[in-house]
Structure formats: structure tokens, C-alpha cells
Design a protein around this ligand. Structure first.
Ligand code: SAH
Length: 248
């Protein structure tokens, strides 16, 4: 079943325009009476029938609401230190697939890549598109937001989640598992900020900034994971611990 995000509040009739309308009419060659799934701006997923179609506009009616949500209980914001080249694209695609609610590209001290001004805006635009297609493919109910490129300080100020975790390669006391156990016990697991360093790692001053904003430094085990692996591993473990991988 094809699924489209329609930027409108849910109503009796939903109108799909732009590239999606073109795709439905010209590529999928759908016609009046054909069924498709929509997800509205207020997060409602519904199955409907096409009532009008041309190259610019597709109207959908006769909705049956699909109650089941595809969203995880824990809303994870992945703050990822800027990584090189196509790695960020890979990280964003996979993070959205796994269930991240938001991704923040963070300009860190040891990031090799420097991004600012219009170049950064362009990249974010591209990453947002990647997030959108990953959201469609993995049947998310929302399109996770790719926030603008920020410094560690800005990122911490903009994402004041109930639980903040920083994966720190030199940490050897606190494990991700024990930090999660604490958060679950304190009922602070609904929204979680997960900070991952770039290839060059996290600097001590960045660690201190995060710590003073309430982030808990955790270890992801005895092996050093690459920047593009660490966030995905941590997210998988968080979803596993919170019963979101294959438990219904
Ligand atoms: N260049 C660094 C490694 C950076 S790995 C070094 O050689 O030490 C990139 C990021 O992944 C790290 O900053 C950290 O956030 C995360 N990471 C990788 N392995 C980790 C581990 N075993 N424990 C905690 N965090 C880890």
C-alpha cells in the first residue's frame, strides 16, 4: 500500500498536490477508486479512495482510520557530531528507519567537516528529504525533523529532553543499560536526547558542557564503534530495552 504524508489536518477529504500528485498519477498510474494510505499533519493514518485525479491534484475520501501507530514510545532525538561525506546521509536514513523522532547535526570540535551559512542550509534541506523518504519507506506516522546545524551549546539549549545520554568512548563506569534503567525507574523515558560524537570523538570541554546540562556519559561497550555505527547501536539498544523491537 502506498503511503503519503499530506500537510493538512485530517478531514473528510484530503488533497495531495505537488510531486506526490504527479507520482500517483504519472508513475503509479492510479485512478479513481484506487486505495492509498495518507498520514495527516496531526499524525492520523487512514486508508482512503481516490475521488479525483489529475497530474497536479489528487483528492482522497471515504477514509477508514488505521488505529495502529508505528511510532515508538520513547521519542529519541539523535544529536550526531558532523561526520564526513555520505556518512551523515546514512546515519539519518537509518536513524529514521529505526524510529528516531528528530536528528540534530552538531558541529563538534573534532568534526572534520565544517558547515555553515547557506552550505549548511542546503545540506539540511537534503537531509530532510532523506528523512522523508526513509519515513515513508519504514511506514512512520511522522516525518522526523532534521534540525539545523548547531554547536553543542545550541543543541543542548534547543533539546531539553527528560533524559540526556552522551555516548563517550572513554567512559568505563556507566553503561547505557544502567543509564536506561535509571531513566525507566524515574519515569523519564518518554523523550531522550542521545549525543554521539564525530569520527574524531568528543572533546573534554564538550563532555563537560553536556554533563552540566544533565547528560549522563555512557559506554557502549569495550570496542570503539565508528561514528556511523554508534548511534544506530545505541538506538537499537534503547528500543530493545523499552520493548519497542518486535513487542506489541
Ligand atoms: N576517534 C575516537 C572514536 C570516535 S567514535 C577514538 O578513536 O577514540 C565516534 C563516537 O561514537 C564517539 O564520540 C562516541 O560518541 C561513540 N562511541 C563509539 N564507540 C563507543 C563506545 N565504546 N562507548 C561509548 N561511545 C562510543
Amino acid at each position: 500500500m502506498h503511503r503519503f504524508f499530506v500537510p493538512q489536518l485530517f478531514g473528510d477529504e484530503m488533497t495531495i498536490t505537488g510531486v506526490d500528485a504527479k507520482h500517483i498519477s504519472k508513475v503509479l498510474r492510479m485512478t479513481i477508486g484506487d486505495e492509498l494510505q495518507i498520514v495527516s499533519d496531526d499524525g492520523i493514518s487512514a486508508l482512503g479512495k481516490i475521488s479525483f485525479i489529475d497530474a497536479e491534484c489528487v483528492k482522497v475520501r471515504d477514509f477508514e482510520i488505521i488505529a495502529e501507530s508505528h511510532e515508538p514510545r520513547v521519542k529519541i532525538t539523535l544529536a550526531q557530531g558532523l561526520a564526513k561525506g555520505e556518512k551523515m546521509e546514512f546515519i539519518i536514513q537509518k536513524a529514521v528507519e529505526l524510529g528516531a523522532t528528530s536528528v540534530v547535526p552538531v558541529a563538534m570540535e573534532h568534526s572534520v567537516v565544517r558547515l555553515d551559512g547557506p552550505k549548511a542550509d542546503k545540506k539540511v534541506e537534503r537531509w530532510q528529504k532523506i528523512a522523508e523518504s526513509a519515513a515513508k519507506q519504514s511506514k512512520r506516522d511522522i516525518i522526523p525533523e532534521v534540525q539545523s546545524v548547531m554547536s553543542v551549546k545550541e543543541m543542548l539549549a534547543a533539546n531539553d529532553c527528560a533524559t540526556k545520554i552522551i555516548a563517550y568512548e572513554c567512559e568505563d563506569q556507566t553503561s547505557l543499560k544502567s543509564a536506561l534503567k535509571n531513566a525507566i525507574e524515574q519515569d523519564k523515558i518518554d523523550d531522550l536526547l542521545l549525543i554521539i560524537g564525530p569520527e574524531g570523538g568528543i572533546s573534554e570541554s564538550e563532555l563537560e558542557l553536556a554533563r552540566s546540562a544533565g547528560a549522563v556519559p555512557v559506554s557502549l561497550g569495550r570496542r570503539i564503534l565508528r561514528a556511523e555505527t554508534a548511534g544506530l547501536v545505541a538506538m537499537s539498544a534503547i528500543f530493545y530495552e523499552t520493548g519497542d523491537l518486535g513487542e506489541y
